[in-house]
Design a protein around this ligand. Structure first.
Ligand code: OSB
Ligand code: MG
Length: 387
């Protein structure tokens, strides 16, 4: 292995506002637009001197409603705590980012976005695709869609029919108490017995809901995602014993070590891997590897990413342990227009794994500028200036 040789010369934090094509409602709230923090790094290579650019996307939402992070907080911790440590480190590469930031607790989504930007730059500089870097051999991956809670079953069925017509190979339905059994029955009836189907509760149930959730067993679901609060690992283990449908964790899985524990306790029969939630793509790979070793199926979750994050997710999901379709839907599922010129599309229910150098996207810079709501530059001395 060559010694790491990149120096972070300059960082730009850019906020963009992206309206959603339709409101997206989950048990934790309804979203109509995304306020997204993007990270642009410039790395210099001691040998050649040319700077190379890389981009990362922070998946933190506007409010701490899915996890403790939120977009303003992520920006603050980057400026005041994370970036100073990266600037003062010597030459580095993407694999060094997480260890350099490890003494600072929490903030996985902020850390992940920084690692991602360094990784994108490093891959571009070495003319390597993310899939090649990961050793992922699949060239396409199956595409699943996440469907929000709807006010009426008729509206829900119309939305699901639209996604079936688009070709999605797996439907995931958001549920909460009061919007679950009847809706699942209606969707199963619509899509027929052979279409893979799963539900996501985003922590909306209690330990005492085992009998209620067992009523979902007759609908042959792939899994029930995160029924209980994120810290309730034992509760999930008990539910897994009580309910026939496999229990999958999302919010609860924030590291490889914690995932290993949840599996050992019987709380995690299937794992949703989201790179932002676990502190980065490299930790996501470690979780993939340990799940493969323990024969736990994994799939790649989503956080309504733009074409930046979705491209990287598509490469990650090409690893062999990702045996279930991920939430890697087409860009048009959430956005009328994306900030990349090569947005994710689906063909016969599948997404092509990006092959270009870097994480696998090409920015649509004029459109990116149009949706930009703020830009900050941070230099190596920590000086912040508004662009
Ligand atoms: O729980 O998987 C989730 C979006 C935001 C926050 C949490 C979740 C989701 C989704 C969307 O379900 C998945 C996607 O990006 O397609
Ligand atoms: Mg989820």
């Amino acid at each position: 292995m060559n010694a790491p040789r990149w120096t972070i010369e300059h960082v730009e934090l850019r906020r963009i506002a992206m309206p959603l094509v339709a409101p997206f409602r989950t048990s934790f709230g309804s979203q109509t637009e995304r306020d997204i923090l993007l990270v642009r790094v410039e790395l210099s290579d001691g040998d050649r001197g040319d700077a190379v650019e890389g981009w990362g996307e922070c998946v933190a939402l506007s409010e701490p409603s899915y996890s403790p992070e939120y977009v303003d907080g992520a920006q603050h911790v980057m400026i005041h705590h994370l970036l100073p440590r990266l600037f003062s480190a010597g030459p580095l590469e993407a694999a060094d980012v997480a260890p350099l930031l490890a003494k600072l607790h929490g903030h996985p989504m902020a850390k992940a976005a920084l690692e991602m930007a360094v990784l994108d730059a490093q891959l571009r500089a070495t003319d390597q695709s993310f899939a090649a870097f990961l050793g992922a051999e699949r060239t396409t991956i199956p595409s699943g869609v996440s469907v929000g809670i709807h006010d009426s079953t008729d509206e829900l069925l119309a939305a699901v029919q639209g996604y079936v017509d688009d070709g999605y190979v797996r439907i995931k339905l958001k549920i909460e108490p009061g919007s679950d059994i009847e809706q699942v029955a209606a969707v199963r009836d619509l899509i027929g017995p052979d279409t893979p189907f799963q539900v996501d509760a985003n922590t909306a149930y209690r330990r005492t809901d085992g009998a209620h959730l067992s009523r979902l067993d007759e609908f042959d679901l792939l899994l029930i995602e995160q029924p209980l609060p994120e810290d309730d690992i034992i509760g999930h283990a008990r539910l897994a014993a009580e309910v026939d449908t496999p229990i999958c964790l999302d919010e609860s899985l924030v590291s490889a070590a914690g995932t290993a524990d949840a599996i050992e306790l019987g709380a995690c029969e299937i794992a949703n891997i989201k790179p932002g939630r676990v502190g980065g793509y490299l930790e996501a790979v470690r979780i993939h590897d340990l799940c493969v070793a323990r024969k736990i199926p994994v799939w790649c979750g989503g956080m309504l990413e733009t074409g930046i994050g979705r491209a990287a997710n598509a490469a990650l999901a090409a690893l062999p342990g990702f045996t279930l379709p991920g939430d890697i839907s087409a860009s048009t599922r959430f956005y009328a227009r994306d900030i990349v010129t090569d947005p994710i599309t689906i063909t016969d229910g599948h997404v092509a794994v990006p092959t270009t150098a870097g994480l696998g996207f090409d920015l649509d810079r004029p459109f990116l500028d149009e949706v930009t709501t703020g830009r900050l530059a941070i230099d190596r001395r920590g000086t912040v200036s508004t662009l």
